[in-house]
Design a protein around this ligand. Structure first.
Ligand SMILES: [Zn+2]
Ligand SMILES: [Zn+2]
Length: 367
């Protein structure tokens, strides 16, 4: 079968589109899917050699692609008993957990204690679990899947729900456990791309906060307003983000700040956007392996300011987002699909930050 494989570190980034062995038949809880892969910026970090602590351990050639959807080609016996049948459209998540450990049983399959077994398709050092940039992808358990049958949502559009929408959704839900996002509160979304464009919509959908989006791309401003942002700050030369947020929030500052492009410099600035009392900063984007957060001061501690880690999300949460899509609160209009053979064009556009300008899309799926 055809697959887009990580062979070596490259700048500009590209994969080898080549023949790869078709995955074996699924056993037990496993499911074999005719694949649609969402092209995620994390894979650019890997190909460009920015996460070598992790990616040096991948057995190359390795098929990347952790954002996935598709149609079931064959289901293992246990998966079939759980209702996953040949031909069903499905979408993945980050919840490839065992289902049985303490973390899984409390609904945290994305950080399963047995996750160390490393069974994530497209992000696994075990070559058994290749990713979704291929005609077929084998997934380790139906626990991480949501059946799309009856939703009217096509896998081509759904693939980004498994990461680009899920990751910010999980982050906002985690923040809500710490901070009230009711009337009179503010959420800042900084960095409007694949994840950020969903974050704006999700913040509008599941909080009562005023949403302030921050982008450095002027061409995106109108569409960000259309996605529901109450305010858009265009950052660039001479714009003081802290002062802008102070003005909009009348000095309150943001109850929640979601950052999607994580660097040391940006995070330092982001933390100054956070409301001093109980406010939360979540670096949602994964940034660089060397990124560290060391900005908590004495007064931040006294005011109970939070910095919160957040990672991916579960199948249950994908099902919740599907509800929001069906209710018209989240649009998949800015997801576009290309043939798998074109993946290197997509990767190059992402690398050169041309995707929005050329495609008017925030996320691309390939099949
Ligand atoms: Zn991703
Ligand atoms: Zn587990």
């Amino acid at each position: 079968m055809k697959a887009a494989r990580f062979v070596e570190y490259r700048i500009p980034p590209s994969l080898d589109v080549t023949d790869a062995p078709k995955p074996r038949s699924p056993r037990g809880a496993e499911v074999l899917i005719r694949s649609v892969g969402g092209v995620c910026h994390s894979d650019l970090h890997i190909i460009r050699g920015e996460w070598k602590g992790f990616s040096d351990n991948l057995v190359r050639p390795y098929t990347l692609g952790h954002e996935l959807a598709g149609w079931i080609e064959e289901a293992g016996e246990a998966a079939e008993e759980a209702g996953f049948k040949k031909g069903d459209p499905v979408v993945g998540s980050g919840g490839w957990g065992c289902g049985a450990c303490e973390l899984c049983q409390k609904g945290n399959e994305q950080i399963c204690a047995l996750y160390r077994l490393n069974n994530v398709p497209g992000l696994s050092t075990n070559p058994e679990w290749q990713g979704s940039y291929a005609e077929y992808v084998l997934v380790p358990t139906y626990i991480g899947l949501v059946n799309l049958k009856g939703t009217g949502i096509e896998p081509e559009k759904a693939a980004p729900l498994s990461d680009a929408a899920l990751t910010p959704y999980h982050a906002i839900k985690s923040a809500k456990k710490l901070v009230d996002l009711g009337p009179g509160t503010y959420v800042v979304v900084r960095g409007i791309g694949g994840l950020g464009h969903f974050a704006v919509q999700l913040a509008k959908a599941i909080t009562q906060s005023t949403v302030i989006a921050i982008t450095s791309t002027e061409e995106k401003v109108d569409v960000i307003r259309k996605l529901g942002a109450d305010h858009v700050i265009l950052e660039g030369k001479g714009v003081n983000i802290v002062e802008e947020v102070k003005k909009i929030t009348k000095e309150r500052m943001a109850d929640l700040v979601l950052e999607f492009w994580v660097t040391d410099e940006r995070i330092a600035e982001d933390f100054r956007l956070v409301r001093p009392y109980l406010g939360v900063l979540i670096p949602v984007g994964l940034g660089y392996e060397t990124t560290s957060i060391k900005y908590m001061t004495f007064s931040d501690g006294l005011a109970e300011r939070h910095i919160l880690g957040s990672y991916w999300g579960t199948a249950r949460e994908v099902a919740e987002i599907i509800g929001l899509v069906k209710a018209g609160k989240v649009t998949l209009d800015y997801v576009k699909t290309y043939p798998l053979e074109k993946i290197n064009d997509v990767i190059l556009k992402l690398h050169e930050k041309r995707l929005w300008i050329e495609d008017k899309a925030f996320r691309i799926s390939v099949k």
